[in-house]
Each structure stands twice: as structure tokens, then as C-alpha cells.
Design a protein around this ligand. Structure first.
Ligand code: NAP
Ligand code: MG
Length: 488
């Protein structure tokens, strides 16, 4: 239990800390013990936050030049890095992830603000070739007040990823973090003031999904909704966006495949495949959770994967293991249920249970697990597990590999492992995923690469320059060109 547990972490609304009548406990997933008390916001606080965002948008932020907005974003990057240790420790406490991964997350959060500080200054409209008697151009204008609802797996990164382009483009934001991991998002809300964003530009309202989340999604004062989370809640958010006719981006789940061909390089490729499913214990929407492998190298690859999995160290986030806990008992039990399904469908190679190490007692840990010979239509091959669970399925031709890769309801990321360039190019065209990595795999892929869904993984693009288009709308202006009367 820390000091944080005695002080309720309040919302950040209009530049001030704002309480709520009730609070809720946040657990440290490494120990299962309470680590913070957080304000349980509801419709009233969401209303205040939307009003604060609207006021700041109308009176301050939309009048600022792109260069001014960029200055605040650049300072924000500096402020985040100045609080690097504090933010990384808080993220590890809140999510259980290994501390070195939390440092990566702080750095990425800073990079988002830095990236959009630069790119927003190159967000120009077009000059249009209209009729001879018209000069026409387009403007990219902010939506106004953006609502952001985010999950618990990467709170630092996803907060920055979604609010940095929105703020840079001139919007004001109301963010609802996940109840399981709200701490760093709240801290970002405070640090934004230090960085020079005007009060009300970024408001953070913690609470339950069905209360604060639903109030935000329902709110008629919201002009754009960005949701990252599960498919079920995403569908609900879309119905709410439909009711208010506002644009929505949905970043939902994934079941991302690795396609491994006979000329893959075991020494280089296998550690990257393993990292893609082990990072944050597989609680990553773009985790590489399926390995599709050519039958001629199938046995050798499984042996190598098992060897690397066997050497992974599980531990509490603060000890910087390879693998930390899952976020909650609920999530752990869900993953354990999938392990049972995996056993029924395929062959257990390694892992398959919660660890029995007494050192890990109380935490929500699951062993990294591999299932081999998994039938492609089984639930373990089709559904997102959101845990450190890899399923392996062999194929015999590239066409079959593509059919398997595209044969789930999801389409987020994909990894291609071959040095055969024409084959790799063909695969990148055929795969239905927003990010295709060839001989590398970086979950969600850096700050510059647009990211989003095909199929049930959602739509709209976050990250990269694309996100600036997402957080603006286009206005066309046409001005008559009138020759003056000829003198005399
Ligand atoms: P979730 O239940 O959908 O929650 C996501 C967010 O929605 C949380 O802030 C949640 O609040 C809120 N919420 C829940 N019910 C709501 C409602 N009725 N109205 C409005 N908001 C509501 O997802 P999760 O279980 O936290 O996260 C895991 C899922 O997210 C996985 O399926 C994963 O693939 C997906 N994910 C996708 C991406 C991506 O970029 N594509 C990234 C990360 C995660 P509470 O926390 O209070 O429930
Ligand atoms: Mg939830």
C-alpha cells in the first residue's frame, strides 16, 4: 500500500482536480493488493468536463496558430521525459508490466507529442483547380470536443496516441481511462497544465465504463469519439455515435498472425516472434498470437519457440521480468479458460497453467503457453485471448498461408518471415491487416505508422500523419474571381 492509497486521485477538469461522491480501489496486478483510490466519476463530472472542453475550445484553443499548439505539444514531450521515472513506476504499479516496458511507454508517449508538434505544422489544405472564375481551397478544421475512451493495457501510450494528434489539430479532449489502470492518464492530465496547454484543453474523468464511459459516449456535446477496447463495447459506442451523428474511430481486438516460410532466420526471427506475444504478457491488441508455419520447418520452429519460452522469467513488474502479470483476476481466469480450450483443440507444448511459485502469490500470473497443431477453426485460433498464449498451425502453400492468416474475424497486424522479396511483396498485398511487418514485428509499430483495423478490428486510423486527418474535418472554400471593368 502506498501513500497514493490514502489520497483519492481526483478527475482533472478545467485545469483543476475535481472529486466525486464515491471512489473505487485500483489494484496492483503484481500483488493483488490495493494501490490507489480513484474518484468514481459519473454523468455530473462528465458534463463538467465536456463544458470545460467546449469553453476552452471556443474561447482559446481554436484561435491558436498551429505553431502555438505545436509549442505546447513539444513542451509536453519534454515534461513527460522530465517525469520519466515517476511515470514508468506508476505505469508498472498500475498495469503490472515489466518496468523496462513502462520506460518504453513513457518514451513513446513523449514521442507522440513531439511527432504531432512537428507534423501539425505541415497539415495543409489543398488548392483546387475549379472553374476559371473561382479560386478554391480546403481547410482542415478541428472537430471541437473529442471524447476518448481507452483500455488498461497501455494507458500512457494510448492516452498520448489519441490526445496528442487531437490537441495538436486544435481540439479539446475529455478522456475516460479504464477503471483497472487510470493512474498515468490522470497524471498526464496534470502534466498537460505544466506543459502550457490551457486549462480545459485536456480533461480526464476516471470511473466505470457503464457510468463515466457511457455518459461520455452519450454526451451530445461531443463532436468526435475515439474508442480503444473490446469489440462488444466498441459496437455499443458506435450505436451511441450513430444516435448523435458524430464520427467515431474504433480500435478493437486482433488475432494477428506470423507467416513463417522455409527460409526464415531462426536466430533473428524467433526472438521477435516471441516478444510479440510475450510483451505485456500478451495483453496487446496487436500481439502476434498465431504462428502459421510452412510444414517443412514446422517441427524445428516449434522446438525453437519452446526453448525460448522455457527460458522466460515471470515476475512482478518492478523486478523487470520478461513477463509480468495479467491485469486482474477476471482477466487471468478468462485466459485460464482459453488454456482449457487450447488443450482440447491442439497439443500443449509448454506452459498451460498459472505458475505455482509462492514468490508470485497474490499476483494475476499465467505461464507463457504454446499450443501446436491448432485447427484453424477452433476457438483458440479464432478468438482474442489477450494473454501470453501462442497457437501454431502448419500450412503447405503460400495461398493456404494467406487463407489462414485472413481467416479470422480480425485484421490488425501481421508478420511475414521470408527473404524471398517477390513473395513478401505479394503477401503484403494479400494480407488484410493495417500493419504488415516483413522480417520484423513491432506491436503497433512506432509512432509514425498508421494503425487501425480491417474487419472486426475496427476502422479509422490512429498514429502517424493519418491521425491528424482523423481529428480534423475538411472545409472547402470557393471565392469568385471577378475581373475589374477595363479602365476608360
Ligand atoms: P473494454 O471493456 O472494451 O474497455 C475499454 C474501455 O471502455 C474502458 O475504459 C472501459 O471502462 C470502457 N467501457 C466499458 N463499458 C463501457 C460502456 N458501456 N460505455 C462506455 N465505455 C465503456 O476493454 P478492456 O477489457 O478494458 O480491454 C481489452 C480489449 O481492448 C481487448 O479486446 C483488446 O484487443 C482491446 N484493445 C484494443 C486496442 C487497439 O488499439 N486496437 C488496444 C488495446 C486494447 P472500464 O475499464 O471501467 O470497464
Ligand atoms: Mg472493463
Amino acid at each position: 500500500m502506498t501513500d497514493r492509497h490514502h489520497v483519492v486521485q481526483e478527475a482533472v477538469i478545467g485545469g483543476k482536480r475535481v472529486g466525486a461522491p464515491e471512489s473505487f480501489e485500483v489494484l496492483d496486478p503484481s500483488t493483488g493488493q490495493p494501490c490507489a483510490l480513484v474518484a468514481r466519476c459519473g454523468a455530473e463530472q462528465v458534463d463538467q468536463a465536456v463544458a470545460a472542453a467546449r469553453e476552452t475550445f471556443e474561447t482559446v484553443w481554436r484561435h491558436r496558430s498551429a505553431a502555438d499548439r505545436a509549442t505546447a505539444c513539444r513542451r509536453m514531450a519534454e515534461v513527460l521525459l522530465a517525469h520519466r521515472d515517476e511515470l514508468a513506476e506508476l505505469e508498472t504499479l498500475d498495469t503490472g508490466k515489466p518496468i523496462s516496458q513502462a520506460y518504453v511507454d513513457v518514451d513513446a508517449a513523449a514521442r507522440y507529442f513531439d511527432f504531432y508538434a512537428g507534423t501539425v505544422q505541415a497539415l495543409f489544405g489543398d488548392t483546387l483547380l475549379a472553374q476559371q472564375d473561382l479560386i478554391a481551397y480546403t481547410l482542415r478544421e478541428p472537430h471541437g470536443v473529442c471524447g476518448h475512451i481507452i483500455p488498461w493495457n497501455y494507458p500512457l501510450q494510448v492516452t498520448a496516441r489519441t490526445v496528442a494528434p487531437a490537441l495538436a489539430a486544435g481540439n479539446c479532449c475529455v478522456l475516460k481511462p479504464a477503471e483497472d489502470a487510470p493512474l498515468t492518464a490522470l497524471r498526464i492530465g496534470e502534466l498537460a497544465l505544466e506543459a502550457g496547454f490551457p486549462p480545459g484543453a485536456l480533461n480526464v474523468v476516471p470511473g466505470y465504463g457503464e457510468e463515466a464511459g457511457a455518459a461520455l459516449a452519450d454526451h451530445t456535446g461531443i463532436d468526435h469519439l475515439a474508442f480503444t477496447g473490446s469489440r462488444e463495447v466498441g459496437q455499443l459506442i458506435m450505436t451511441k455515435a450513430a444516435a448523435n451523428i458524430v464520427p467515431v474511430t474504433l480500435e478493437l481486438g486482433g488475432k494477428s498472425p506470423h507467416l513463417v516460410f522455409p527460409d526464415y532466420d531462426p536466430a533473428h526471427d524467433v526472438p521477435l516472434m516471441v516478444r510479440s506475444i510475450v510483451e505485456h504478457a500478451g495483453q496487446n491488441c496487436s500481439a502476434g498470437s498465431r504462428v502459421l508455419v510452412h510444414e517443412s520447418v514446422h517441427a524445428g520452429l516449434v522446438e525453437e519457440l519452446a526453448r525460448v519460452f522455457g527460458a522466460l522469467r515471470i515476475g512482478r513488474g518492478g523486478t523487470d521480468p520478461d513477463l509480468g502479470p495479467l491485469i486482474s483476476a477476471r482477466q487471468r481466469d478468462r485466459v485460464l479458460a482459453y488454456l482449457e480450450l487450447g488443450r482440447q483443440a491442439g497439443r500443449l507444448v509448454t506452459g498451460g497453467a498459472a505458475p505455482d511459485d509462492p514468490e508470485l502469490a497474490g499476483g494475476f500470473f499465467v505461464q507463457p503457453t504454446i499450443f501446436d497443431d491448432v485447427p484453424p477453426d477452433s476457438r483458440i485460433a479464432q478468438e482474442e485471448v489477450f494473454g501470453p498464449v501462442l497457437s501454431v498451425t502448419p500450412f503447405s502453400t503460400p495461398h493456404e498461408a494467406v487463407a489462414l492468416a485472413n481467416g479470422t474475424p480480425y485484421g490488425l497486424s501481421a508478420g511475414v518471415w521470408t527473404r524471398d522479396l517477390p513473395l513478401a511483396h505479394w503477401l503484403t498485398r494479400e494480407l488484410r491487416a493495417s500493419q504488415v511487418f516483413v522480417n520484423n514485428y513491432s506491436a503497433a509499430g512506432g509512432v509514425e505508422l498508421p494503425f487501425g483495423g480491417y474487419k472486426l478490428s475496427g476502422f479509422g486510423r490512429e498514429k502517424g500523419f493519418e491521425a491528424l486527418r482523423e481529428y480534423t474535418r475538411c472545409k472547402a472554400v470557393a471565392i469568385a474571381v471577378q475581373p475589374p471593368p477595363v479602365a476608360g
